[in-house]
Design a protein around this ligand. Sequence first.
Ligand code: NAP
Length: 241
Amino acid sequence: MALVTGASRGIGKAIALELGKQGFVVAGTATTQAGAEGITSFLAEQEIAGEGYCADVGSNESVEELMRALQNDCGAPAVLVNNAGITRDNLLLRMKENEWNEVINVNLNSMFRLAKACLKPMTRARWGRIVNISSVVGSSGNPGQSNYCASKAGIEGFTRSLAREIGTRGITVNAVAPGFIATDMTSDLPENQVQDMLKQIPLQRLGRAEEVAAVVRFLTSDGGAYVTGETVHVNGGMYLA
Ligand code: NAP
């Protein structure tokens, strides 16, 4: 079974679809009951076994409740995709403490909660795949996003460390760092900012959620079995280290 957080829209929805096509039973989360029901209907339309769940990855209690529900319904996840993420952009001088804390909590502390909850059953099974969704700006930095960039750079350090900890148990841990992908997260950006961004992208277009999902598919497939501790960039050449 594959658990995808933030599967109601955007990149998470595309990942849920891709993993379902790969043959996994899929559990996807949204922050509302309506969102969870939307995931259940979407999976059914696609003839994928699975269900939507309502969960807040920023809350210990909510994640514990989610894990109990999964255990009852379909067992422990063999694949965990930590995709849910938020932005609260502001220049640091104007950034409120809650804007900092919310982003770190939802984007980074969620890794601790979910990975920890999934590790025991994966260790017992001696097989597991964890994929954490980072961002190109975790490497490049971005003005107005110090909270978001810190959370994403943290995800990549966490990924490397956990990969070293649990490789002996047959569990791989990788990060995928999307560039500028067309989703709700990027749909509110002013047109001049979009045009400026496009000038920095050699492939001269926004990426599609499906193009991120394809990399997650690879990392969870047999073909990706020897890749661990990596951050795979999917950014049209926007950032090249
Ligand atoms: P999106 O369209 O804004 O969707 C965000 C998803 O996360 C939704 O399913 C949302 O659920 C869920 N979510 C938000 N807060 C949550 C919480 N506290 N607990 C559980 N779920 C929560 O975002 P996206 O563009 O697909 O981004 C997905 C991931 O890719 C994020 O980690 C983001 O940082 C990363 N990323 C995106 C881009 C990009 O250009 N789009 C670039 C780099 C990295 P609801 O529907 O219930 O709100």
